[in-house]
Design a protein. Structure first.
Length: 481
């Protein structure tokens, strides 16, 4: 098999949002495809009419696009490929690998997926061979389903992560391929097992990279491949993602929809870096890996069998690392988008001297930023004159009765400067403090609150340079007229 023949797929179901586990699966498929120079396919598995929510498809696509996980073919929709599945099921019927089953629908309703939470009685019933298998319809007056005839023996396959796996076929029920028809239709909808195998064969998928919760589906699918005279792909099942309490990640652990992290202000590359290390290790202790490095280092052999733990503080650490370490020109588009979202953006910052100012200001702010919305919230005073002065800062740093007089004197001293730079602002401010016989800290803290609205900000004199002489002087005079 040449690298150009490798084909992988990400196949979400629009029964929910793009959750963290799904995003990690998409990422690993994408990294493998890009590392191998292979083809990635997006397939939407939307045959479950009762549970599908078509409006969620766009949310899944939006999440993938935000993460930068592009695909080469698709999206393909299973709901538009139903004739293909029905034809394949009937071929299985014709070659004897499937049979008509007349059992009541509730007896096979759960046969598509692993039976999470099934009772003991249900599990036992699922592996009892019905009489339909032998040509004796259990209820010939109803429309039949097409059920796979599980052969005797064992099903063996090799998993790129979990190694060789062996299943006793006596523990695999005769699973349904095509449900019985309703309301005048000859046949109903295909099951998951049927549609996924038919699609993977038709789309020439060579590597199936998916969550370990699908391991229990794999022997059924391997049997189907063989019944259809097709070579099974290479399977690679990814370890699960757990919450901090070591239970499976769910809504109760916080945001699991990828788009919620986008709304919070995480950088997509930081999120990619964090997700990549949930169940995969590049070797060595390095954690901060730009996407180019992830692609270069990624391999299925580095995927762990041990479940990963979703550590929210670690994700936030990655975000701050990217905010601080990205080349400034890589960060600016995200800040621009945030300022546009909050109505603070000015087109003069896009080019020329305005862009140079914008770049320097973002660079000044980013060591103290944790999320992108910080640029439009606590950093607001740098991009707008419409900002609020926090009461806590006034109470703490304006309580000295000398402050109003100091601020007026500082405004006059700064207005008189013929050069506006860090040292000039520093010298002028300290001269005012010395002349008044007060510590420089009193003046510096009071000034910071006046010109940016809060007591926590970048170094004062760097802040003054960023704001400019006119804005600093006018803000001091407005605070203490």
């Amino acid at each position: 098999m040449t690298d150009s023949a490798i084909r992988v797929r990400f196949a979400p179901s629009p029964t929910g949002y793009l959750h963290v586990g799904g995003a990690r699966t998409a990422l690993f498929n994408w990294l493998y495809a890009r590392q191998q120079g292979a083809t990635m396919i997006l397939r939407v598995e939307d045959t479950d009419a009762e549970r599908n929510k078509p409006e969620l498809v766009q949310g899944i696509i939006d999440g993938l696009q935000w993460l930068g996980l592009d695909w080469d073919e698709g999206p393909f929709y299973q709901s538009q490929r139903l004739a293909l599945y029905k034809e394949a099921a009937q071929k299985c019927l014709a070659n004897g690998s499937a049979f008509l089953c007349y059992c009541a629908a509730e007896k096979y309703a759960g046969a598509d997926h692993a039976a999470d939470g099934a009772t003991v009685a249900e599990k036992v019933r699922r592996i009892v061979r019905c009489s339909c298998r032998d040509g004796n319809p259990s209820n010939p007056d109803v429309k039949p389903a097409i059920r796979f005839r599980v052969p005797a023996g064992k099903t063996v396959f090799s998993d790129a992560v979990f190694g060789d796996r062996e299943f006793d076929n006596e523990e695999i029920e005769d699973f349904v391929l095509l449900r019985s028809g309703k309301d005048g239709e000859e046949w109903g909808m295909p099951t998951y097992q049927m549609s996924v195998v038919v699609d993977d064969i038709d789309m020439r998928i060579t590597h199936v990279i998916r969550g370990a919760d699908h391991l229990s589906n794999t022997p059924k699918q391997v049997l189907l491949y063989r019944a259809m005279k097709a070579e099974p792909p290479i399977f690679a099942h990814l370890p699960l993602i757990l919450g901090a309490d070591k239970s499976r990640l769910s809504k109760r652990h916080g945001a699991t929809d990828v788009n919620m992290y986008r709304a919070e202000g995480f950088l997509p590359e930081a999120f990619r870096n964090f997700l990549a290390l949930l169940g995969w290790a590049p070797g060595g202790d390095e954690e901060f890996l730009r996407t180019k490095e992830l692609i270069e280092k990624f391999s299925l052999s580095g995927v762990s069998r041990t479940n990963g733990v979703f550590d929210r503080p670690k994700l936030e650490w990655f975000n701050t690392q990217y905010l601080q370490k990205l080349p400034i020109e890589d960060l600016l588009p995200f800040v621009e988008a945030e300022l546009k979202r909050s109505g603070l953006w000015k087109e003069e910052w896009a080019t020329g001297p305005g862009h140079e100012w914008f770049s320097r200001t973002v660079d000044l702010l980013r060591p103290r930023v944790r999320f992108l919305p910080d640029f439009s919230s606590w950093s607001r005073a740098f991009f707008s004159d419409d900002y609020t002065i926090e009461e806590a800062g006034k109470t703490k740093f304006w309580k000295d009765p000398k402050v109003p007089e100091l601020m007026r004197a500082l405004a006059d001293a700064l207005a008189a400067l013929t050069e506006w730079n860090h040292d000039a602002c520093d010298h002028a401010s300290r001269a005012v403090a010395e002349s008044a016989g007060v510590k420089a800290g009193l003046l510096i803290n009071a000034t910071r609150v006046a010109i940016v609205g809060q007591s926590v900000a970048p170094p004062l004199f760097d802040t003054m340079v960023a704001l400019g002489q006119q804005r600093v002087v006018s803000r001091l005079r407005a605070a203490f007229p």
